[in-house]
Structures are given as structure tokens and as C-alpha cells.
Design a protein around this ligand. Structure first.
Ligand code: NAD
Length: 426
């Protein structure tokens, strides 16, 4: 029988990776599920809801995970949680694999296998497991709703006997998953919506949602998409042309939602201080890229900044502000990921490390970093043992130290801390 454990998240994280709905499915598949008492409360799932679905309730995080073969988390947990787990058990969550190399090493040394859901390959088979999509979609929605609530005017055009209220103008920068949902939400609220991106593929999607696409459509734009469907870093020349276009457009907008990201790089700066100063008083910017440094020059991650009567929302973890839906979708992503690794006949855990989903997301196995991309980004080339087979040496005497040794040497230590370079398209 597979044992699944779910601890409580830290105080800043309202989401949870297990819902009564996924408990039922896991129990039906032959799993024993244990959840820490109160862990679902911020998503409005009570202990009783989990019990009714067939889960056991544990008094502490350590009790919830002690016997687990698989532990589901939202964020990378404290080291103490991994120490409470069985060696070889799998910890699956959004483990933020590009940051805090030392922390990742310490987790690796516990002998727990680590799977980072952010690294899920973007292939058709994995769509139901794609946490970036499920969470960004909600972030795009919440960004518009937050902006609309803070905006001191109405969004739709209203023709009344007392006069006409003009429709608000909303500009979406970056039309990935979050941007598309932001366009759809702003359109539903009756705004006049424009959008921009550097990838030509989005042009039609924008039009199909009833918004107008504006962009610098030169030769570079035609080549701006990677094979993985992500944006490339643009040349300085393109950036200049883009800035001129944006400057001209932004001054007439009421609400700007920025979502532009380039995998593995700081967020591109698309809105300068001067552009913000050109906006009308009362305008709102919601910067969904705040976590990665922000798309505007004045974004303060975690805060609402105000400059000359323009407010810039740099709030973090927007999906966490819609925790009921975010947890529901995230828990389904986790279930969909685990399902192929459940041996349905014997009802045991059978992770196939050669499967492309396990290869893509699996970052640590038997104490060693087994994901080439993570090893290179964190420790420099060759710092980690990279092998699709498990490293046999026990963590404390060999592989974990090897995985981390590049980082502990002064020259490489700095490389572990800096922003990862290059295209990290999974
Ligand atoms: P993302 O979060 O990496 O980036 C957000 C958007 O910002 C992207 O559209 C990007 O092109 C844009 N951007 C980057 N630099 C910019 C700049 N300088 N100016 C303007 N815009 C800029 O993207 P995402 O939401 O992860 O989506 C990336 C792509 O992957 C999309 O096409 C999406 O539809 C696709 N996708 C595919 C699958 C699948 O399973 N096949 C799953 C999810 C998403």
C-alpha cells in the first residue's frame, strides 16, 4: 500500500496540495492518506472533510509524513520536514529548484527524492500536471479583479440618462497563460483591451479573445519563440523599438497588467519610471512578474507602490489569494503526476525514473542531483552527479557532497547564487 503524507504549509502559503476530492481518488487507488490537522483550513477544507474522504488526520507535520512514501507540498519545505521522512520517499511540490542551492543540497542529503513540479515538460501528456499553467491562469484572473477593485472608475461603458461612463482601457503585457486569462477577464468586465508580446504565435489568440494586438513586428519578432514555446531575450535594438511603442501606448491606458517572463532570467523591464509618469492619475499597474524582479522600474515586490498617483501592485503569490481554486487545481496536477507511477495491481509506488515526466521534474535521487539543468545552473558544469540511474553511494559519504561540492568552492558558490543563465525551457 502506498502511504501519502501532507504537512501544513508555512504561514505565507494558503494553498495545499491535497483536497478531499483527490483523497477519495488516492484512497480508491489503494493509497493510505494522512494529512496534518488544520492543513487545509485556509482553502476551507476541514479535517472532517478529509476524514469523510478517507484520510487519517495527524497531530504534527512529522506524524503526517513519517511513514509516507510520497509527500505532497506546495512550497519547498523546511529541512526538518525532510528529516522526518523515510529515506527514499518522494517529496513532490513546487520546490523552487533554481534558488538557495545550499538549502537544496541539505534537502538532498536527507536521502529524500525530490520532484519539482515547475519543471514539468510542456508536452501534451503532461498538460493535466502543468502547475505553472493551473496557477498562472488564476493569477491572471486575480490581477484584473484586483486592479478593477482598486480602480476608482468603472470598467464597462455605461450609457445612462445622466451621461456616458467611458469604458476603461486595459493593456496586457505578456500573453502567456496568465496574460490570456487577464485579457479574457478584462473583456468580461467590459474594458477595451490591448495586448502585446514578443511571440508572434499569440497574435491570433489575442484577436480571438476580442482584444487588439500591438507589437513591434520585425524580423526578430518572427523568430522570438523557442522550440519550447517560450520567449527569448530580445536584442537591445528590439528593446528600444518596443520601449518607444509601449511609451506611446501606455500613456493612454487606465490599467496595465504585466506578466512578461523569460524562463531562467530576471523579468524584462518593460515600463520605465518616465512611462509611469506619463500615465493618468489613478491608473493602476499590476505586475505579475514582481516575484522575478518585476516588469516595471518602480515595482516593489510584495508591496503596492505609489508614484505620482499611479499605483503599482507588486503583490506576490496571487494564486494563493484564490486558494480554494488554486489548491483544487494544484492537487489535481499532483494526482495526475503520481497516477502513472502507481502500480495498480500491487498498489505500490513504482516511479519510472526513465519516464520523461520523472526525468524532467526529478531533481534529487539517493542524495544526488540527477537533473542536468539544475546541476549546471546551481553548481556549474560537472558539479553534480548526473545519471538517470540512482547514485549508489550513501548521501553522507559521497554523492550529496559531490552534488554540492562545486557550490562550496568560492568561485562556484557565487555562480550558485546568481540568477540562472540561459534558456531554461523545460
Ligand atoms: P511565461 O510565464 O514564461 O511568460 C509570459 C509571457 O511573457 C509569454 O507569453 C512571453 O512570450 C512574454 N514575454 C517575454 N518577454 C517579453 C517581452 N520582452 N515583451 C513582451 N512579452 C514578453 O509564459 P507561459 O505562460 O508559461 O506560456 C508560454 C507558452 O507556453 C505559451 O505559448 C503557452 O500557451 C504555452 N504552454 C504550453 C503548454 C503545453 O502543454 N503545450 C502548457 C502551458 C503553456
Amino acid at each position: 500500500m502506498i502511504a501519502i503524507g501532507v504537512p501544513a504549509e508555512g504561514k505565507d502559503e494558503p494553498r495545499i496540495g491535497l483536497t478531499p476530492e483527490t483523497v477519495k481518488k488516492l484512497v480508491k487507488a489503494g493509497a493510505k492518506v494522512t494529512v496534518r490537522s488544520g492543513a487545509g483550513l485556509r482553502s476551507h477544507f476541514s479535517d472532517q472533510d478529509y476524514k469523510d474522504a478517507g484520510a487519517a488526520i495527524a497531530k504534527s507535520d512529522a506524524d503526517a509524513v513519517a511513514d509516507a512514501d510520497v509527500v505532497f507540498t506546495v512550497r519547498r519545505p523546511e529541512l526538518s520536514l525532510a528529516k522526518s521522512m523515510k529515506k527514499g520517499a518522494a517529496l513532490i511540490g513546487m520546490l523552487d529548484p533554481f534558488s538557495d542551492a545550499e538549502g537544496l543540497d541539505a534537502l538532498a542529503e536527507t536521502g529524500v527524492a525530490l520532484f519539482a513540479m515547475e519543471l514539468m515538460p510542456r508536452i501534451t501528456r503532461a498538460q493535466s500536471m502543468d502547475v505553472l499553467s493551473s496557477q498562472s491562469n488564476l493569477a491572471g484572473y486575480k490581477a484584473v479583479v484586483d486592479a478593477a477593485a482598486a480602480f476608482e472608475r468603472a470598467l464597462p461603458m455605461m450609457m445612462t440618462a445622466a451621461g456616458t461612463v467611458p469604458a476603461a482601457k486595459v493593456f496586457i503585457m505578456g500573453v502567456g497563460v496568465a496574460g490570456l486569462q487577464a485579457i479574457a477577464t478584462a473583456r468580461r468586465l467590459g474594458a477595451i483591451v490591448t495586448a502585446t508580446d514578443v511571440r508572434p504565435a499569440v497574435k491570433e489568440q489575442v484577436a480571438s479573445l476580442g482584444a487588439k494586438f500591438i507589437a513591434v513586428e520585425d524580423e526578430e519578432f518572427k523568430q522570438a519563440e523557442t522550440a519550447g514555446g517560450y520567449a527569448k531575450e530580445m536584442s537591445d535594438e528590439y528593446k528600444k523599438k518596443q520601449a518607444a511603442l509601449v511609451a506611446d501606448h501606455v500613456k493612454n491606458q487606465d490599467i496595465v497588467i504585466t506578466t512578461a517572463l523569460i524562463p531562467g532570467r530576471p523579468a524584462p523591464k518593460l515600463i520605465s519610471k518616465a512611462m509611469i509618469e506619463s500615465m493618468k492619475p489613478g491608473s493602476i499597474i499590476v505586475d505579475l512578474a514582481a516575484e522575478r524582479g518585476g516588469n516595471t522600474e518602480l515595482t516593489k515586490p510584495g508591496e503596492i507602490a505609489e508614484h505620482k498617483s499611479v499605483r503599482i501592485f507588486g503583490l506576490l503569490n496571487l494564486p494563493g489569494q484564490v486558494p480554494v481554486n488554486a489548491s483544487s487545481l494544484y492537487a489535481k496536477n499532483l494526482l495526475a503526476f503520481l497516477d502513472p507511477f502507481i502500480d495498480k495491481e500491487n498498489k505500490t509506488l513504482a516511479i519510472d525514473w526513465d519516464d520523461e515526466l520523472a526525468k524532467g521534474t526529478g531533481i534529487v535521487r539517493d542524495g544526488a542531483i540527477v537533473n542536468e539543468m539544475i546541476a549546471e545552473r546551481l553548481g556549474g558544469k560537472g558539479a553534480a552527479k548526473v545519471d538517470s540511474k540512482p547514485a549508489r553511494a550513501p548521501a553522507k559519504t559521497g554523492t550529496a557532497k559531490q552534488a554540492g561540492n562545486g557550490r562550496k568552492a568560492p568561485a562556484k558558490k557565487s555562480s550558485a547564487k546568481r540568477q540562472p543563465k540561459g534558456d531554461t525551457t523545460p
